[in-house]
Design a protein around this ligand. Structure first.
Ligand code: GLC
Length: 536
């Protein structure tokens, strides 16, 4: 077992490397084909060896799993497929012994239709106090046969479902995920208690799902393109909720990371004011194509929008909702857009992998915290899931045009020669591609040139170099298509996104390269390097 990591500063979250675990697909301890907490506990030494500071778990609560656990039936219970609450407590404690903090995922916008509140609401009928915790409305049309408004779902299709007594209820996602009414005091009280419940169990942080969607215009008006404010995205009232949450987090020393998809940087930054969320995911970086000017602008804009509120940036290349990085970077269009997802988009995986390696060094050199999605450190590509095995509602609700998100959720390969690549058991809940042996942890561990070895080395160096942490960056002069940035302590990161090899600035030491330099000591295309610059 790896030695405990040295303690970090109090503001550990300002420059942490946070590893996202999708529990269903990380490691299967009981061999039933679904990953679980026993599997995670057994693999904690792997995470310690990788050198991450914290782990964010996507929801592990009791859930019918219509949306991979983002349909929560009981926030205070662990789903039996994953284990028990007691095991979660053990996991939190064991991780802490290894110097790893735990972040849980809270889903405040909606619950599962199996949640006791929603079941009670259905049973109680129109006009009942039970229904007031959700958004129930009569329909439009002569007989109430039309939905109360025209809001489109985040998952395509309608946001309204009619129940047998004739009323309709709102769900921004699937019908199995009814939206809560955040104007209702019970909803606020319940979530404040849920936060306390998990903070009291030793979690260091909370990821807030769909964080900008909670509050709705009480009139539930039709959506009018361009109308400001939007009827349910980013309403001003939402900040009051996060201010009350922040006070709770402060009592426990906990931190928040919000899932805030907002195009307007000023509106985004409002969530990060000192009495609100500590951090939020940087989706402008995640969706940015592999193009030098766009990347540089995304980095500059990110730092500029965070600076006035004093919050650190986060850097994310992928997560459980988006196309895996090596596949995205191997395509002609290297950006990410939910609306553009299709089957059969060709990808050059060798090129994508080369770029993902360079992007890893770029990302880890930037000021702020970094999120790493399980399997990213293995360079896993997006998997093609046979049509009859797809489970993601996004696929079905798109009418079958969107492949959905299962391709980035395939169970991890741990051992090249074992059944199911050592995930545990024989038949994982999603099929693993037949050609994944080379991605397995045991193979990569033994190969100094593997993606895993690159990540381990980068994380080890980053941890030992305070200059890579929180702070500012300075762009250095560089040829067209080359990004060259300096941090403190002479640390420099150069990334070559041009077509030609690039000369490096003068340096004392080469710390790490994503791929070897050429024979003339130049940086080849789609390669990044960390240097210690020569002192003037
Ligand atoms: C977030 C989650 C996603 C989920 C959705 C609804 O976007 O990341 O996986 O489907 O919220 O909860």
């Amino acid at each position: 077992m790896a030695a405990p990591l040295p303690p970090r500063t109090t503001d550990w979250w300002r420059d942490a490397v946070i590893y996202q675990v999708y529990p269903r697909s990380f490691a299967d301890g009981d061999g039933d084909g679904t990953g679980d907490l026993a599997g995670v506990r057994a693999r904690l030494p792997y995470l310690a060896e990788l050198g991450v500071d914290a782990v964010w778990f996507t929801p592990w609560y009791a859930s019918p799993m219509v949306d991979g656990g983002y349909d929560v039936a009981d926030y205070r219970a662990v789903d039996p497929a994953f284990g028990t609450l007691e095991e979660a407590e053990k996991l939190i404690a064991e991780a802490a012994e290894l110097g790893i903090r735990v972040i849980v995922d809270i889903v405040p916008n909606h619950v599962s239709d199996q949640h006791p509140w929603f079941r009670a609401a259905l049973a109680a009928g129109p006009g009942s106090p039970e229904r007031a915790r959700f958004h129930f409305r009569p329909g439009r049309g002569t007989h109430g046969e039309l939905p109360p408004n025209d809001w489109p779902s985040q998952f395509a299709g309608s946001t309204w479902t009619r129940v047998p007594d004739g009323e309709w209820y709102l769900h921004l996602f699937t019908p199995e995920q009814p939206d809560l009414n955040w104007a209702h005091p019970d909803v606020r009280r319940e979530h404040e208690e849920i936060l306390r419940f998990w903070f009291a169990r030793g979690v260091a942080g909370v990821r807030i799902d769909s964080a900008a969607l909670l509050t709705k215009d009480p009139e539930l008006p039709d959506f009018v393109e361009g109308h400001d404010p939007h009827p349910y995205i980013d309403l001003d009232e939402i900040h009051d909720i996060y201010r009350s949450w922040r006070a709770i987090a402060d009592e426990y020393g906990g931190v928040f990371v919000g899932e805030v998809w907002l195009p307007d940087p000023e509106r985004f930054a409002r969530y990060l004011r000192p009495d609100e969320l500590h951090t939020a995911f940087n989706f402008s970086f995640l969706t940015c194509p592999w193009e030098p000017d766009r990347l540089r602008r995304a980095i500059d804009d990110t730092l500029a929008e965070h600076a006035p509120v004093g919050a650190p940036a986060t850097w994310v290349l992928c997560n459980h909702d988006v196309t895996r990085t090596v596949t995205r970077y191997g395509r002609e269009d290297t950006g990410f857009d939910f609306a553009a997802k299709r089957f059969g988009i060709p990808a050059d995986l060798a090129l994508g992998t080369r770029r993902a390696r360079a992007a890893a060094l770029l990302t880890l050199a930037l000021p702020g915290s970094v999120y790493l999605y399980q399997g990213e450190e293995l360079g896993l590509p997006e998997a093609d899931i046979p049509l009859d095995r797809i489970q993601d509602p996004m696929h079905f609700r798109s009418g079958g045009t969107d492949p959905g998100r299962d391709g980035c959720r395939v169970p991890l390969p741990w051992e090249a020669e074992a059944p199911a690549y050592g995930f545990g058991g024989a038949a994982p809940w999603l099929p693993q591609p037949a050609d994944w042996a080379g991605y397995a942890v045991d193979r990569q561990r033994a190969d100094p040139d593997s993606m895993l070895s690159l990540y381990r080395e980068a994380l080890r160096l980053r941890r030992g170099e305070p200059g890579f942490g929180d702070g500012s960056l300075t762009w250095l002069p560089a040829p067209a298509g080359v990004l060259s940035l300096a941090r403190t302590d002479g640390l420099v990161c150069v990334v070559n996104l041009s077509d030609a090899p690039a000369d490096l600035p003068p340096y004392d030491r080469l710390l790490l390269t994503s791929d070897p330099l050429d024979a003339e000591g130049r940086l080849p295309r789609d390669t990044a390097v960390w240097l210690r610059a020569t002192h003037d």
